[in-house]
Design a protein around this ligand. Structure first.
Ligand SMILES: *Cc1c(COP(=O)(O)O)cnc(C)c1O
Length: 229
């Protein structure tokens, strides 16, 4: 079993490295292994191979899993977050980044809870660029409108943008989505502010991470590419 994990990871890293070389990128993207529906034992296999960033998409599953795993893991929350779950999520040790802030109300709630714990929470803003009804996230227009209000929230730091791509057979089909997310990030990064570094681009999953890296992803979220079935 653990050979499968190693083989997967070696292949993924080689592919990423060769793209970074081709694009003249000096730093590789962070690989977040999305461990939803995986056991702590499966997570440990990847930990042993040097992966330290893991992502979950449901708060309850996250809470159940964390006690079985070492506390040096950097946890990422990548799923839709309900406001009534924020306080439980923020209590988790090792929570590094919430990728999926998709409403002003949610951002306000995170800032409130951050205040109670006296710490600033790092988040990404989720953008729904493909306009899919079934996906969460701000539309571009919404985002422009509420940026001033988002920036006023004192206990949040906006590290960048995240998007979920539609299911496609040919990853090339989503290249324009990644390009647009990068343009948006670049525009927002000009709009400086203390809590608005806007450097990260969380984009690319198993189906399309190679294209995402070509288009400048700084964080990729991989499930099936790194966990054997
Ligand atoms: C499950 C999930 C992923 C990983 O999906 P794969 O196709 O298995 O790589 C990435 N991002 C989010 C938000 C997810 O829920």
């Amino acid at each position: 079993m653990s050979d499968l994990y190693r083989d997967n990871l070696i292949r993924v890293k080689e592919e990423i490295d060769s793209i970074c070389q081709k694009m003249g990128r000096s730093s590789a993207p962070v690989i977040v292994a999305v461990s939803k529906n995986r056991t702590p034992e499966e997570v440990k296999k990847l930990l042993d191979l040097g992966i330290k960033d893991f992502g979950e998409n449901r708060v309850q599953e996250f809470l159940d899993k964390v006690p079985y795993l070492p506390d040096f893991i950097r946890w990422h929350f990548v799923g839709h977050l309900q406001r009534n779950k924020v306080k439980y999520l923020l209590r988790l040790p090792g929570l590094k980044l919430i990728h999926s802030v998709d409403s002003l109300r949610l951002a306000r709630k995170i800032s409130q809870e951050g205040k109670k714990q006296d710490r600033v929470i790092s988040v990404l803003l989720q953008v729904n660029l493909a306009g899919e009804e079934s996906k969460f996230g701000f539309s571009e227009n919404q985002l422009y409108r509420i940026i001033p209000e988002l920036k006023e929230l004192p206990y949040i730091e906006y590290q960048g943008l995240m998007t979920m791509t539609p299911l496609v057979e040919d990853a090339e089909a989503v290249r324009p989505v990644f390009q647009r997310l990068r343009q948006l990030r670049d525009m927002m990064a000009e709009d400086k502010g203390e809590n608005f570094p806007m450097r990260e681009l969380s984009m690319g999953m198993t189906q399309d991470y190679l294209v995402a890296v070509e288009e400048g992803a700084t964080i990729i979220r991989l499930g099936r590419a790194v966990f054997p079935d």
